[in-house]
Design a protein around this ligand. Structure first.
Ligand code: MN
Length: 136
């Protein structure tokens, strides 16, 4: 066993996020065919991901604040600490903070690089769509 060195916190890329988002890598593949990726992601108020999908799905566990998670069909889930949201493989979605609150979640997924269904990143969530989501 070994205690891991904590990697530096990184700022989420403006290509993938709107607003200020900070990412801490907790687990990444290290041996053999491991695929588990776990990150702690902190969103400032109003910050959110762009539209995207995960080739092997994703589990989000909210640890602080209030989260909004939206899908292309217009469904929005509002989640608070202790709640867990699952998005299946290929489902296009976004996640972020509300305009009024910080939000922190653990993002858990399996690396889909090289598989038939890789992760995809698309356009940013517009202010209009984000505002509508927060009103639901
Ligand atoms: Mn996601």
């Amino acid at each position: 066993m070994r205690k891991q060195q904590k990697p530096a916190t990184t700022k989420g890329s403006a290509d993938w996020f709107t607003g200020d988002v900070y990412v801490d890598a907790i687990a990444t593949p290290q041996d053999g065919d491991q695929r588990m990726i776990v990150s702690r992601v902190r969103f400032t108020p109003g910050a959110r991901t762009a539209w995207h999908a995960h080739g092997r799905g994703q589990t989000l566990h909210v640890t602080e604040g209030v989260a909004l998670i939206g899908t292309r069909d217009g469904a929005v889930i509002r989640a608070t600490p202790g709640e867990t949201i699952y998005t299946p493989p290929g489902e296009e979605h976004w996640h972020g903070a509300t305009p009024e609150d910080f939000m922190e979640h653990l993002a858990m997924l399996e690396d889909a690089e090289g598989s038939d269904a890789q992760d995809g990143w698309y356009e940013h969530v517009t202010d209009e769509d984000y505002t509508t989501a927060n009103e639901e």
